[in-house]
Design a protein around this ligand. Structure first.
Ligand code: UDX
Length: 471
């Protein structure tokens, strides 16, 4: 029997790299060889740690964009297209060589090295073409989706939402109207809670042009040999129950960052460790608000000022992650905001934080987040209450779950007003009910990832399937 060797290929943006690297690390810990595939651009930037295992290596393929391309969130559609067009060929060559014992005919760039041949591809759900390539080459492929099960269920329900007339939303319609058509979610979801792609972006489009491609990718990923979601029935039992009959084999394995060796990280931006000393210097436990809007969100100057002023008004010290590309002229704006806050400002601003460590710190009392799936999972695992200000995509659904299903935090979606920020953050910091729910959730999640728990058991089942592929 050949040794199992999985080629793990994330969509090359931070949130996707993080969850697939956590997954890769768990596989390595289970004795599986893993080749983790970055793009050349990211492999040059990436700050890799915890990659000390002889069973884990990093390779790269071009992303098809010119070197000087900004590759920021606004250009994601470019990246999406260039990967499908420009990366497919090099990826095919790499997979063909890696999955075969036969050396590359030209004798160049032989990627197999000391590693056994690749026996399985685990591809990001946004890389449907990579699964097609694996199918062509006869390599078993598994799809891994980095977002929540509830958002997958919403994308799978898009045809039904159109059939029922729920989509497109009526012009000027009330976003608080409940939505039919996402099974099991009728009492939970309002129009505003569906993925942001369902909204009318302007008068030209009835829905965001990205909605149909994403719905198709979701339908395609359900045809793969197996589908892995970074979640657990504790968080999303109903969504998982409705997804399971629609896919060949469903694995709910999460939160993955709580299942793999803690040292593994793969940050595209350099973390500012100084904020840990700042947190250490805070005398009182749970006295600090941590605010971060993830790796992609770009906000306006007005939104920045409202969020910042609302945090200042709470009187709590706060740690704010201000990515240089998050707002135009970030450095000048930061100066202006701190000046406006005056002497009493207790803000500490960094460009990028070691988020998991921050959330684990005793001084952190709540997390103002955009409700990206990784950030949401990282908060619930630490039992930290969240205030959600979802920005786009699946975040609208995740924040609804936080506020209305798990009740581990509050959902501030579609409102960016300093008085609301102040009130909501205070409530999340001070409510014993919210903290109690967050801590109870964290306890249950610990059980899920521990030996015998649902995620640990599903992970073992998946490793068994991967081993079968190599027999
Ligand atoms: C977005 C989506 O919202 C998410 O649901 C989807 O699956 C991927 O794309 P993103 O904006 O990157 O993701 O948010 P999130 O999923 O929360 O991931 C951000 C990651 O960056 C987290 O793992 C977080 O720990 C990390 N991070 C963020 C840092 O390490 N430091 C920071 O300062 C901020």
């Amino acid at each position: 029997m050949a040794a199992p060797h999985v080629l793990v290929f994330p969509f090359p943006i931070q949130g996707h790299i993080n969850s697939l690297l956590n997954f890769a690390t768990a596989l390595v810990d289970a004795g599986v060889h893993v080749t983790f595939l970055h793009t050349e651009h990211n492999l040059r930037r990436v700050v890799v740690s915890g990659a000390g295992s002889p069973r884990l290596r990093f390779l790269s393929v071009p992303d098809g964009l010119p070197d000087d391309h900004p590759r920021t969130a606004a250009y994601l559609p470019d990246l999406y297209k260039s990967l499908a067009a420009g990366t497919r060929g090099p990826f095919r060559d790499l997979l063909a060589r890696s999955s075969s014992l036969v050396a590359d005919a030209a004798g160049v760039d032989e990627p197999t090295g000391d590693f056994p041949p690749v026996t399985c591809l685990v591809a990001d759900g946004l890389l449907g073409w990579a699964v097609e390539v694996a199918d062509e080459l006869g390599v078993p492929a598994i799809v891994f989706r980095t977002a929540s099960a509830c958002s997958l269920l919403a994308f799978l329900s898009v045809p039904k939402l159109f059939d029922l007339g729920e989509l497109p939303f009526p012009v000027g319609g009330d976003l608080d109207e409940p939505v039919r058509g996402v099974p099991g979610m009728e009492t939970i979801l309002r129009r505003r809670d569906l993925p942001s792609h369902c909204r009318r972006p302007n008068a030209t489009y009835e829905v965001n042009p990205g909605l149909h491609p994403l719905a198709k990718l979701s339908a395609d990923s359900s045809k793969a040999r197996a589908l892995v979601l970074n979640t657990t029935p504790t968080l999303e039992r109903t969504a998982l129950e409705y997804i399971a009959p629609r896919v060949r084999d469903l694995f709910a394995i999460g939160p993955l960052h709580a299942m793999s060796s803690p040292a593994a990280s793969s940050s595209l931006l350099r973390e500012d460790g100084g904020c840990m000393a700042w947190l250490d210097a805070q005398a009182a436990d749970r006295s600090v608000v941590y605010a971060s809007l993830g790796s992609l969100a770009r906000i306006s100057r007005e939104q920045f000022m409202e969020l910042f002023a609302g945090l200042v008004a709470t009187g709590y010290p706060f740690l704010w992650v201000l990515r240089p590309d998050m707002v135009a002229d970030a450095a000048a704006l930061e100066e202006e905001a701190v000046r406006a806050a005056g002497e009493g400002s207790k803000a500490h601003v960094v460009a990028w934080a070691p988020q998991r460590e921050v959330l684990r710190h005793r001084a952190v009392g709540c997390f103002l987040t955009h409700a990206g799936w990784n950030s949401t999972l990282e908060a619930v695992v630490e039992g930290v209450p969240t205030v959600c200000w979802p920005f786009s995509a699946d975040q609208q659904m995740n924040s609804r779950f936080v506020g209305a299903v798990w009740r581990t935090g509050l959902d501030m979606k579609d409102v960016c007003d300093r008085a609301v920020v102040e009130r909501t953050v205070r409530e999340a910091m001070e409510s014993a009910k919210i903290r109690g729910a967050a801590q109870a959730m964290a306890e249950q999640l610990k059980c899920d990832v521990a030996a015998g728990g649902s995620s640990a058991t599903e992970f073992q089942r998946l490793v068994g399937l991967i081993r079968e592929f190599s027999s």
